[in-house]
Design a binder for this molecule. Structure first.
Ligand code: ADP
Ligand code: MG
Length: 665
């Protein structure tokens, strides 16, 4: 039943296209061969009210053409059934093979012994099945196209700069890390890299879903596959091949499409039972009709119809098609689903916990106020910057930047320690300096200063992040940094709340700042002054309240909390998407994408349930009809009509899945 694969491998895809061509040829040839068979059949002549006089050998023609259709066209299903039986998973191919083999053997026997055959039904059945299979394969190919298009984003050629000035056109595959390339307007970036020179605006919409042009300057990262809209850039290649953003995204999508979900398991189980039901009802139908009507031809035809109609064909596609379409759709919009189960869970989550800094806020700090005691502002800042130069924290970067812009020279560090979620400590020119939270400086036994603390509280309650600076055991100053709330956060919080989910915030920052941001955004509950390892405990305690929790935070510092949460969502990873701690990765740092992910979860689930219905539900009516329950009232389904119904359900499932894109726009 799983003869379809949706993920991309060039050779596999080629094989699939060959396959598609082969089945089309078979379908066409069989259609032509079946036409005369149908024309010569009694049933058809009766329907049209014409009669083609039986000529010498006309029955033989029917037998011969039908045999060719069976051996040339039907063999496609026979081959498939061998594959199914090899892995001990009989399914649609096996059932179809069984049905057409019974039909063929019985009709041949009837012909030889002068009985009534049903060759024309058999040939038509095979033709319809072939076309049905063709249509389905086409839609599967279409579904995986988005990810193919992702692969096509990389250009073939790159302008390599050699000897500092000469430009040489080379194949992208020849680029190595450290190479410098020139990117002119209208050209695509050949590999992930860093801008060395120039400014430009990039179109990254097909990679990350960012619809606005992204400005780039020296030091910024560019993604391979993005389009240079204007400006000229010199870029140093940082990642190529497997490690590049595009390859990583394709790998994630592939893994997600392969990973099983609960609904897939359900579909497989149902398919298995349907196969058994088909065989069972088929045998019962045969025995009953043979007993009731005493007509073996009629009994065999009914049994074949039942088996054909009950084929769990559409079931094999119901879930994978939705998975293929939803994952490739979202990946090109910067929502990477690493784990299908996370996406499935997301729609039922009760609480979304956001990390504050860099998630709800921009995470771009700027120094707004300095208060000092017994020290010059610039002297304090110089000490602080000398220390913070060794820290990766966004606060640290902002402080260093401020010092540099004031033309202050940083000093040599003699000792340095970083305390995650608290601050930093070090020795500069013989002085011990500590920068961090109030709790942190207290912990270090630094002598407090009421005046400064009071100032700090005041600035905090304005939403500013305040860090304290201790020098040689005394509190010497405070630095207030302002961070802006992202404008998307307002709507995201409101929309998530309107879905009936609670929104919470967790932060290592001071209580006053947390309260200010919470009130501003309308957040239900917040947790302040939480150290990184305590974030896990907070998530656990929420889960202890019986809540299903999704955590949104950065993939590194918040990794344990992301893993503890029922659904971990890593935000703002940019080109670095190799994050193992989260089930869902958002490339852009946009809380709005959390909302999109929830919507995706809902739509995909709805589509899967609908597909399960389309794939199985019709059987409730169709199987009894096929068995001939309403024969007395003149309702009978001939085998080809059964095949049409069965194929129709497959086509419906495919169309329903393809329409998903529309519900997501
Ligand atoms: P969040 O939970 O908001 O992402 P962190 O856990 O990274 O914040 O940090 C919590 C607090 O610890 C910061 O608000 C800051 O006061 C302090 N801190 C952490 N690292 C540093 C640093 N390098 N320099 C100064 N203060 C720091
Ligand atoms: Mg953080």
């Amino acid at each position: 039943m799983h003869e379809h694969t949706f993920h991309e491998h060039p050779r596999k895809k080629e094989r699939r296209e060959d396959h598609l061509f082969e089945i089309k040829r078979k379908a066409l040839v069989c259609t032509l061969l079946t036409l005369p068979v149908v024309l010569l059949s009694d049933t058809f002549q009766k329907i049209l009210g014409v009669s083609i006089p039986e000529f010498y050998g006309s029955r033989l023609i029917t037998v011969l053409l039908s045999s060719i259709v069976f051996f040339y066209g039907g063999v496609f299903f026979l081959k498939g059934s061998f594959q199914e039986l090899k892995v001990a998973r009989p399914g649609m191919m096996s059932l179809v093979s069984l049905a057409i083999s019974i039909g063929f053997l019985y009709s041949s026997y009837a012909y030889a012994s002068g009985g009534v055959d049903f060759f024309w039904e058999l040939s038509t059945l095979i033709v319809v099945m072939l076309w049905g299979h063709f249509i389905e394969m086409k839609s599967v190919l279409g579904a995986s196209k988005a990810i193919e298009e992702l692969a096509k984003l990389l250009p073939k050629k790159a302008n390599l700069i050699i000897k500092g000035s000469e430009v040489l056109e080379v194949d992208v595959s020849q680029l190595k890390v450290g190479d410098v390339v020139l990117i002119k307007p209208g050209e695509k970036v050949p590999a992930d890299g860093v801008v060395l020179e120039g400014t430009a605006h990039m179109n990254e919409s097909l990679l990350t879903g960012e619809s606005k042009p992204v400005p780039k300057k020296e030091g910024d990262k560019v993604i391979g596959g993005s389009l240079n809209m204007e400006g000229v850039l010199k870029v140093r290649v940082e990642k190529t091949g497997e490690t590049s953003y595009l390859s990583q995204v394709m790998k994630i999508v592939k893994e997600a499409q392969e990973s099983k979900t609960k609904l897939q398991d359900l579909a497989d189980k149902v398919a298995f039972y349907l196969t058994i039901i088909a065989l069972l009802v088929g045998s019962i139908t045969f025995s009953l009709w043979l007993y009731l009507a005493g007509d073996p031809q009629f009994a065999v035809e009914r049994a074949v119809t039942v088996i054909v109609i009950a084929c769990p064909h559409a079931l094999g596609l119901a879930i994978p098609l939705v998975v293929a379409i939803s994952t490739s759709y979202s990946s090109s919009r910067g929502i990477l689903v690493r784990d299908r189960l996370s996406l499935e869970l997301l729609r039922n989550i009760d609480v979304i916990v956001f990390d504050k800094t860099g998630t709800l806020t921009e995470g771009k700090f700027g120094l707004s106020d300095i208060r000092t005691k017994d020290i010059q502002e610039n002297d304090l800042l110089r000490l602080v910057a000398s220390l913070e130069r060794s820290s990766e924290h966004v606060i640290a970067k902002a402080l260093v930047e401020e010092a540099l812009s004031r033309g202050l020279e940083v000093m040599k560090l003699e000792d340095f320690k970083s305390y995650s979620g608290k601050g930093v400590w070090g020795r500069v020119r013989g002085s011990e300096v500590a920068v961090g939270t109030e709790a942190f400086v207290k912990e270090l036994g630094i002598l407090s200063d009421e005046g400064l603390l009071k100032e700090g509280k005041k600035l905090s309650s304005q939403g500013k992040t305040v860090v304290l600076v201790g020098v040689d055991g005394k509190l010497k100053g405070i630095l207030a940094l302002s961070d802006r709330i992202r404008k998307e956060s307002y709507d995201a919080v409101k929309s998530i709340k309107s879905m009936g989910k609670k929104v919470m915030m967790i932060t290592g920052d001071a209580d006053e700042v947390a309260r200010w941001v919470s009130e501003e955004l309308g957040i239900d509950e917040y947790f302040a002054r939480v150290l990184p390892h305590q974030k896990v405990e907070k998530i656990k305690s929420l889960q202890g309240r019986g809540l299903k929790v999704a955590m949104v935070g950065d993939g590194i510092n918040d990794a344990p909390a992301l893993m503890q949460a029922d659904v971990g969502i890593a935000i703002g990873s940019g080109t670095d998407v190799a994050i193992e701690s989260a089930g869902i990765i958002l490339v852009k740092s946009n809380p709005d994408d959390v909302l999109k992910a929830i919507k995706l979860s809902k739509v995909a689930y709805k589509k899967m349930i609908q597909n399960l219905f389309w794939a199985t539900g019709y059987n409730l009516v169709a199987i009894p009809l096929a068995a001939g329950v309403l024969y007395r009232w003149g309702v009978l389904i001939p085998p080809p009509v059964a095949a049409i119904l069965m194929s129709l359900s497959t086509v419906l499932v495919a169309i329903n899945a393809l329409l998903m894109r529309r519900s997501l726009e």
